[in-house]
Design a protein around this ligand. Sequence first.
Ligand code: NAP
Length: 189
Amino acid sequence: MGGTFDPVHHGHLVAASEVASEFGLDEVIFVPTGKPSFKQEQDVTLPEHRYLMTVIATASNPQFTVSRVDIERQGLTYTVDTLRDLAAQRGDADFFFITGADALEQILTWKDADELFAMAHFVGVTRPGHQLTVDGLPGEHVSVLEIPALAISSTDIRARAQAGKPVWYLVPDGVVQYIAKYGLYRGLS
Ligand code: NAP
């Protein structure tokens, strides 16, 4: 499961659980991005903070793990490199790449897009009411699943934290405490 996870929230966790159930997955590996390729101009929280919040959020679920492949690779994060690194570690696995449907809509513009569909089955998880533009995406390699809990969004959580509003119950308790401990999202403009 790829994402910036800034911060990870209950929508991500429900989505991971739902996709695992729907596709019979043994494990969901959360892969926080290093430097997202489409966000060079934007402020993104330090990778180590996003990684640690993801570890805290997933710690109690034996089916969930977190990988450092994207945060340890130099340069911008591209999914083709994520899948190559994971395949090198787990050569015998069948991969499903789960991410937000909004991000997946752009997959044909991603680096080495022609190789991606041979490396994994892609699952786009959507917020209620979101229509995925599937034009041009190969249906046999791409699935879409609507997840009601994705009404929660990282953007909203960052705005709430900045405004001093509570984020309890939107993210796991440990993540609420981590955000407070390090004062994350306070200085957003
Ligand atoms: P994003 O632009 O931050 O997110 C786009 C939308 O998808 C947001 O609404 C976001 O909601 C949602 N989303 C993102 N990850 C999600 C997840 N795991 N589960 C549910 N919803 C999710 O997208 P991003 O985080 O930068 O990129 C997502 C993934 O696609 C990453 O693994 C990234 O490396 C990959 N990607 C690759 C390329 C490339 O190879 N060129 C380009 C773009 C993205 P929240 O903000 O609430 O999460």
